[in-house]
Design a protein around this ligand. Structure first.
Ligand code: GLA
Length: 370
């Protein structure tokens, strides 16, 4: 497998280009370079799907063989009212992936955030009873998974159900049904599309208590005979967290359950860390010192960022027998949610392509080093 990747890089070298040059980038597609290791994926938005962002769309088509919807399949978008689904953006997303021969990942069926407001509430704004929530989950999962049966290959069934200390998140789902809602969601998703791969997904997966809790939860669901295929490690990371040794321990522990490991939402902020979670409701007020590179990333910081990513990717390649997908949360730096979170109005540099769609150097450096 190393030979194939090296051959691709060598091809560029014999044609007289350095591997970070524009010509090299014209020749190399990430999905080919990394094809023997894992799928290369990206979260994409509606402008990339429609082509109104034509450069973004071209980059997705060229470089990625897996896509996930950044927002349009979240319940607040796809099921905004109890009796109304908005299928249009999700249909376009799935068609785009199918037409381009990509793995299509559905994100996500059960999540406390970006949850349609009506979902857990009755007409008086109080939490519904257990039976009603079970029925609503069944209706939602049957409708969404059923509509894309055979065309969405992987579903993020439950997102962010455990906290960093290993306890269950007190989401409305948990408050109403207790931890039972998690296996229920997996059962319903499997019934709606028996061939789809089913994943559970979260951030800060390198935290030891969270790691142990996920291993226990997944083993427990498997012992009940439920289908759980993958554990998704979001990997919204920074220059000073997480410890890659701890991240590696989680890859090994998750693979030990028999699940595939997927890096589902990777991005690495180049900015000062103010929050280590991905809770989009927790923001911090803007201060100039928190936005140190509004006009471009200084060379020394870019070098440090690329070095840390070389280390991270090298570690992931060592585990390519366990990891089946590396998915970036966005395509180029200007797309990223990190420009607006946790501090609104910052300029960040967290993705695989810069604002001019130039590939970050670590992507080829890693393969040269291996
Ligand atoms: C979480 C979710 C994603 C996305 C990111 C940030 O990690 O799983 O859907 O919302 O936050 O935008």
């Amino acid at each position: 497998m190393l030979a194939v990747a090296s051959a691709a890089v060598a091809l560029v070298t014999v044609q007289g280009c350095s591997c970070t040059s524009a010509t090299a980038q014209e020749l190399l597609a990430l999905k080919d370079l990394y094809g023997d290791y894992f799928k290369m994926g990206a979260a994409i938005n509606t402008s990339q799907v429609s082509g109104s962002d034509s450069l973004g769309q071209a980059t997705v088509k060229k470089h990625f063989n897996s896509i996930v919807a950044e927002n349009c399949m979240k319940s607040e978008k796809i099921h905004p009212e109890r009796d109304r689904y908005d299928w249009v953006p999700a249909d376009s997303f799935v068609n785009f992936g199918t037409e381009n021969g990509m793995q299509v990942v559905g994100h996500c069926l059960v999540w406390h955030s970006q949850l349609a407001p009506w979902f857990p509430l009755d007409d008086n704004g109080k939490l519904v009873c257990a039976d009603t929530l079970r029925q609503r989950m069944a209706d939602h999962i049957n409708a969404v998974v059923g509509r894309y049966k055979g065309r969405v290959q992987v579903w993020d069934v439950c997102n962010e159900v455990i906290l960093d200390d290993g306890t269950y998140r007190e989401s409305p789902f948990y408050q109403i049904l207790g931890k039972e809602y998690i296996p229920l969601a997996f059962k319903l998703a499997h019934e709606a599309d028996p061939d789809a791969m089913l994943a559970i997904n979260d951030f800060n997966m390198a935290t030891s208590a969270k790691r142990e809790a996920y291993v226990a939860l997944v083993n427990d669901m498997k012992a009940q005979g439920l289908r759980v295929d993958a554990i998704g490690m979001q990997a919204h990371i920074g220059m000073d967290y997480p410890d890659f040794g701890e991240f590696e321990k989680s890859i090994e522990a998750f693979a030990g359950t028999g699940c595939q490991v997927m890096i589902t939402e990777w991005d690495m902020s180049a900015l000062p860390t103010v929050k280590r979670t991905a809770n989009i409701s927790e923001t911090v007020e803007y201060e100039e010192m928190l936005n140190p590179y509004p006009n471009g990333l200084p060379q020394d910081v870019a070098a440090e960022w690329n070095q840390r990513m070389t280390d991270f990717m090298t570690m992931l390649l060592r585990h390519s027998d366990k990891i089946t997908r590396f998915n970036a949360w966005g395509v180029c730096d200007s797309d990223s949610w990190k420009n607006g979170w946790p501090v609104p109005g910052r300029v960040d540099y967290p993705l695989l392509f810069d604002r001019n769609y130039q590939m970050k150097p670590f992507l080829t450096a890693v393969l040269n080093n291996n």
